[in-house]
Design a binder for this molecule. Structure first.
Ligand code: DGY
Length: 330
């Protein structure tokens, strides 16, 4: 008998076709916004679900969906999963590492350039019909090439950004991470480990790429912003909640730092109103991995995890692989 699988959000039709060859498939192609209760109701009798970072899988959902065996996240981040509760319930979690690394690193760099060089602000000025003549200091921003980039969190995406910065833009790259990279990786990234204090105080641009965890909550708040240079820019492509958005808005308003580029927000899709009111911040709606080929690769990988697990009892990119030892095919 085919297992029952829910695809909780709209995805590529080709990916649905692939899944439909293996499963009794339920979908949400209109991309309806479900409450948690509606998600739980849709999950009744389902063995697998394809989620995005927007669907929360917690102990209450797991208790209410006893048939569930796998949640395949179409995202590398998985802070929407309570992985301990999933492991306790014998539910496998999977994510989509690697396939989005370079696309996301590209976007981090684009956001850094747009922020430091004031591109959004200048474009709004032009569109508003305010450009009357050239002026020597008009939208003069911060230098990117040759400056010092600080990276907080140095996983695959952080390393991709470091390589772009060092080899493409001649930047000095410093980083802080709980665990230091091995010497060969540091050398490939031309990156030097420093303490968090040195990182904050020395960088011209700070890029946040660390995964969200309760320990990382407000890793950058008022005390950290106060240590940065008044000319510094901050870029967050990691997760909302890593930055204290209210403190950041105050720092941007007061000139504690110069500018920020933000792709992720606390409580997104809501954005702190104080940020919306500022001109020295570039705001994008969580699109760092958004190219069609990368999003397709993410959807394919999530689908492959569902197929591999529910059909073959294995997984491609499991988050709690200990579950596989006790896994049974559907
Ligand atoms: C990820 O993969 O974690 C991106 O943030 C998309 O959600």
């Amino acid at each position: 008998m085919k297992a029952a699988v829910l695809v909780a959000r709209a995805v590529f039709p080709e990916v649905l076709e692939k899944l439909a060859a293996h499963f009794e498939l339920s979908t949400n192609q209109p991309d309806a916004v479900w409450t948690q209760a509606q998600l739980i109701s849709q999950l009744q009798g389902k063995q697998g679900v394809l989620t995005t970072g927007s669907e929360r899988v917690d102990a209450a959902l797991l208790a209410a969906c006893p048939a569930l065996k796998i949640c395949a996240n179409m995202a590398v981040g998985f802070n929407n999963f309570d992985l301990d509760a999933m492991s306790a319930a014998g539910v496998l979690g999977s994510n989509t590492p690697d396939v989005l690394t370079d696309t996301t690193a590209d976007f981090g760099f684009a956001l850094l350039l747009a922020t430091a060089r004031r591109m959004a602000e200048a474009e709004h000025f032009l569109r508003a019909g305010l450009w009357s003549r050239w002026r020597y200091d008009m939208f003069a921003g911060a230098e990117v090439h040759g400056s010092t980039l600080g990276i907080l969190g140095m996983g695959r995406i952080g390393q991709g950004i470091a390589r772009r910065a060092a080899h493409g833009f001649g930047m000095q790259v410093i980083y802080h991470n709980r665990s230091r990279l091995d010497a060969a990786t540091e050398s490939a990234c031309a990156a030097r480990w420093v303490s968090k204090t040195e990182l904050l105080q020395s960088c011209d641009h700070l890029m946040l790429v660390l995964p969200y965890s309760p320990q990382a909550h407000h890793a950058v708040g008022a005390p950290e912003l106060a240590q940065m240079k008044p000319t510094a820019t901050l870029v967050n492509i990691a997760r909302g909640g890593i930055v204290d958005d209210a403190a950041l808005a105050a720092a941007l308003r007061q000139g504690t730092i110069a500018a920020a580029g933000l792709d992720v927000f606390e409580g997104e899709p809501r954005v702190h109103p104080d940020l919306l009111a500022l001109s020295n911040v570039v705001l994008t709606p969580h699109i760092a991995s958004a190219t069609l080929s990368t999003r397709r690769a993410m959807a394919d990988l999530a689908a492959d995890n569902l197929i591999r697990f529910l059909v073959h009892g294995q997984a491609v990119t499991p988050l709690n692989p200990q579950i596989l030892n006790g896994a049974a095919s559907a």
